[in-house]
Each structure stands twice: as structure tokens, then as C-alpha cells.
Design a protein around this ligand. Structure first.
Ligand code: ADP
Length: 488
């Protein structure tokens, strides 16, 4: 908008018309005082100022404009009878654009000057606005940088307080922070602690996780600088995502040496105890069988019944000890599998017959699916052990149902054997855990006896056959345990 200041209404009128004809927006003031008031209130791009006015003349008005930050940069075109006062004008109004037009006014010259000043000022204003918004942005960025830095400092402080070794990596895997504990295991913040030769390589494992964009969890031995000893640690590296891209990684090494040592001692104890128990039990079994033969009790006598019960209990004890021995063999990597081409259907049938015999017809085992009457490379005794385990669990954990289904399914590459029961079932999130050593589902562990190692051994046997093992189950409805074996 342009402000015209003149004490002569006629002059104002004709100037206004002239400028409005060129699409300028116009405001007017009839005195210097009014002009000042308006200029402080509104936003003008140009002021056309009559020099000769009663009261405050044009120069005084310009001087006043120069004193306010809001008005000091508005360009002014003076309208004067003569142009001798130019120097004075410039002195009073240094920063704004100044020009003058002498009366009588030549409309063409005035319009030319108005247009030039107007455009100049509009550009200036736009530039100023840009500058202001840039400044705001820079300020905003500076502020968020400060906030971010204080957040990072806080985060690092927290990592320092952890009892673990803690570190962060950028998205490329370069170390960006390590806490003080790092230096118990490495002299350089950029170098990972030295790992045991028999353990996995941290960098390689990390690269694999980086590719898959998944967290890394690893049990690993790292060398303590002070003692030179390797200590077991649980290494965890978790990616931090920003818009589905990895921004950085947060890692910890937790010392699990004490747990590992205890676990080792427990395994050693189990191994020794089960070996020591096995020898006298074998003798007891042999003597009881001898006695059975020697006394030759009548089939329906109570003595014969006691004898059968004693042998049954010896058999149970024997299988418990055998399972414990298997666990220690697995721990030492000594569970051997002897694969031979064997008819799988025969193995299934043997397991089913043995179970039916043990439960003396108290269970009903149905057979579904096409029978895998084919030769497959497998360890007959161990696979029978797996199926028997599935079957006895199916019966044990189904107190109100006596029905079990054994099904088989074969495709081009694998054969799948599953055992379904209609028993108590297993909650969803506990299903993968049942294959872990000594794991028992809490809800059922009081009611049903067991050691929680049967499925652990099954999983190891199937893994050694390059097969898969799993379970699907619904609490209160039943469970299906299955394994697959490759045909070759
Ligand atoms: P155990 O039966 O001696 O406890 P297992 O290793 O055979 O040990 O089984 C581990 C756990 O899995 C069991 O304690 C039980 O909680 C659960 N489980 C196994 N089979 C079944 C099943 N058929 N139905 C429900 N729960 C089962």
C-alpha cells in the first residue's frame, strides 16, 4: 500500500486517481501527524510526501520516520516546489530510499519513480521475510540440536551406570560410544574385545544381523585384560530404527561366567550321578529277573503281581537314568546317531505296540494318513525313542481322554510324523519352550511327574537327523507334536 501525505485534498484526490489507475492500493493522510500515526499502525511500501505543509512539514515528518524501526526503511518520494533541500533530506533520512518530484507534477515521471520504489520495497520486504524465516529455522535447529545433545548425554550417562559393558554403533557398525567397563576388555574404543578362538566372530555375526536387520544375541567368551582370562558373556546388539531404516545399534555384554560355571558343574554332577546309579540298577534288574525265574510264581499269585510291579518300577527308573545320561551325552556332544536305511512304518508300529502293551489296552491309538512304508536313513532306536516320548506324553497329559492319533504325511522331500492328543494343551507362548532342557509348563508340573528332558532329547535326536520338530496346541483342547525327516 502507498501512503499519500498532502494538506491539499485536491492534490490527494488527483494523485490517488492516478495511482489507482495503475492498480496500486492507496491510503491518505492530510498532515504529518496523521501520516506518522498511520505509518506506525499500517504496513506501507512507499510514502509520497508533500514538503510544504502547515504544522509539521515534509522534512520533519521524514525525520520522525527515521526515528522508528518500523518506518525508517520505507522509501519516500518528496513532492516539492524546488529541489534545493535535497542534502538536508538525505541527512535526515539515511536508510530509506529517497527521491523527489517537483511540482507541477509530471504524471509519467511520478509513476515511473513510484513503480521503481514500490517494486524495490516489495522485494526488500520479501527478502526480509525470507531472512526472518531462515533465522527462525536456524534457531529451531540449534534448539533441537541442544535438546538432542542433552538427550544423548543423558542416555550415555545411563549406559555408564549399567553393570554391563555397553556401547553404541552407527548404522555402518562403527563404534560411537563405549562405557568405562569396555576398557576392562579392550584398550581401544574402536576395537571389540578379543574372543576365544573356539567361539564365533563378533564382526561376522554382526554383519549377518545387519543384513537381516534383526537383533543379535550370542553367548561368547571374551578376554579380560587384567587377568588374561576368557569369561563367558551374553552379547546383545539391538538395532534402533528410524523410518524403517537402522539409525544405530545399542549393545551390551553381560557377564554370565558364574551361571555358565554352575551349569557346567550341574552337568558334571548329572553325568556322574546317572553313571553311578546305572550300574547298581542294572544289577538289581538282573537279580530280580533271576528271582522271578527261580521262584517261578504262579501267574495269578500276588507274588507274581509284586514281581511284575517291581520290574515295572525298575524299568521306569532305568528310563529316567537313561534320559539323564542322554542329556549329559548331548552336553558333551557325544550323543551318537547311527543311521541305517530303515522302514519308518515298522518303527512307528513298534513304538505304538510297546505303548499299548505298557498301558494294557487303557488307551486307544488311531492311525491316520498314508503309511510311510519306505526305507529312510535313520537311527531306529533313537526315532523309536522320539515317537515313544510323544506317545507317553500324549497319554500322561490327557487325564480325561484315552484317545491318541498318530498321523503320517509324505511329500517329495520329507516325511512328517505327528502325535495328537485331546489333553490339557499348552499355552501359546510356552510352546517353543517345551523343547528346552528341564523346562516344564508350570500349570501342569505339580499334577504330572517328570524331569522336563524328554522333549529336549527328542529335539537333539531330530536335529541330528536334519529334521524339524514342533508343536501346535490349544489349552484345554489338546496338542499335536510332530517331527519331520528328510527322505534322503
Ligand atoms: P516331562 O514330561 O518329563 O516334564 P518333556 O520334556 O517330555 O518332560 O516335556 C516338557 C514339558 O512339555 C512337560 O513338562 C509338559 O509341561 C509339556 N508337555 C509335553 N507334552 C505335552 C502334551 N502332550 N500335552 C501338554 N503338555 C505337554
Amino acid at each position: 500500500m502507498i501512503l499519500i501525505v498532502d494538506d491539499n485534498k485536491n492534490n490527494i484526490y488527483s494523485l490517488k486517481k492516478l495511482l489507482e489507475s495503475q492498480d496500486f492500493k492507496i491510503d491518505t493522510a492530510e498532515s504529518g501527524e496523521e501520516a506518522l500515526k498511520k505509518a506506525l499502525k499500517n504496513q506501507y511500501s512507499l510514502i509520497i510526501l508533500d514538503v510544504q505543509m502547515p504544522g509539521m512539514d515534509g522534512f520533519e515528518v521524514a525525520e520522525n520516520f527515521a526515528g522508528y524501526s518500523k518506518t525508517k526503511d520505507i522509501p519516500i518520494i518528496f513532492l516539492s516546489a524546488v529541489n534545493t533541500e535535497k542534502q538536508f533530506i538525505t541527512k535526515g533520512y539515511e536508510s530509506g530510499g529517497i527521491d523527489y518530484v517537483t511540482k507541477p507534477i509530471d504524471p509519467e515521471i511520478l509513476l515511473l519513480k513510484v513503480k521503481t520504489f514500490y517494486n524495490l520495497q516489495e522485494n526488500n520486504l520479501a527478502l526480509k521475510k525470507n531472512h526472518q524465516s531462515l533465522e527462525m529455522e536456524v534457531k529451531g535447529r540449534r534448539e533441537s540440536q541442544v535438546v538432542m545433545k542433552s538427550e544423548i548425554d543423558h542416555f550415555h550417562l545411563m549406559l555408564e551406570a549399567l553393570p554391563q559393558i555397553a556401547f553404541t554403533l552407527d548404522h555402518n557398525g562403527n563404534v560411537t560410544f563405549v562405557n568405562a567397563r569396555w576398557f576392562d576388555y579392550s584398550e581401544d574404543s574402536n576395537v571389540f574385545p578379543e574372543t576365544h578362538v573356539d567361539d564365533k566372530d563378533i564382526r561376522k555375526e554382526f554383519e549377518r544381523s545387519q543384513k537381516k536387520q534383526t537383533p543379535l544375541e550370542l553367548e561368547i567368551r571374551i578376554r579380560e585384560l587384567r587377568s588374561g582370562d576368557y569369561r563367558y558373556h551374553l552379547l546383545r546388539m539391538t538395532p534402533v530404527f528410524d523410518n524403517e531404516k537402522i539409525k544405530n545399534w545399542v549393545g551390551t555384554f553381560t557377564d554370565i561366567e558364574a551361571q555358565k560355571r554352575m551349569e557346567k558343574e550341574k552337568d558334571e554332577f548329572l553325568s556322574i550321578a546317572s553313571h553311578e546309579l546305572k550300574t547298581p540298577l542294572t544289577s538289581i534288574k538282573a537279580y530280580v529277573q533271576l528271582m522271578d525265574r527261580k521262584f517261578n510264581f504262579q501267574q495269578d499269585s500276588s507274588e507274581k503281581a509284586y514281581m511284575i510291579k517291581t520290574l515295572g518300577q525298575i524299568e521306569k527308573l532305568n528310563s529316567l537314568i537313561t534320559d539323564l545320561l542322554d542329556v549329559s551325552k548331548i552336553e558333551n556332544g557325544k550323543l551318537k546317531i547311527n543311521k541305517k536305511l530303515t522302514n519308518l512304518e515298522d518303527v512307528i508300529q513298534n513304538s505304538v505296540d510297546a505303548i499299548v502293551q505298557t498301558y494294557e489296552g487303557r488307551v486307544k491309538i488311531d492311525r491316520h494318513g498314508q503309511k510311510p512304508d519306505m526305507l529312510i536313513p535313520l537311527d531306529e532306536i533313537r526315532i523309536e525313542q522320539v515317537i515313544s516320548n510323544f506317545l507317553s506324553n500324549a497319554i500322561k497329559y490327557s487325564p480325561d481322554s484315552h484317545q491318541v492319533i498318530v498321523s503320517t504325511f509324505t511329500d517329495d522331500e520329507n516325511v512328517r510324523v505327528s502325535v495328537t492328543d485331546f489333553g490339557i494343551g499348552i499355552p501359546d507362548y510356552k510352546q517353543p519352550l517345551v523343547f528346552q532342557k528341564f523346562y516344564r509348563v508350570e500349570e501342569s508340573s505339580v499334577q504330572f511327574q517328570g524331569l522336563g528332558i524328554g522333549l529336549f532329547i527328542c529335539a537333539e535326536i531330530i536335529a541330528q537327523h536334519d529334521g524339524t520338530i514342533g508343536v501346535s496346541s490349544e489349552p484345554g483342547e489338546g496338542s499335536t507334536f510332530y517331527f519331520t525327516l528328510p527322505l534322503n
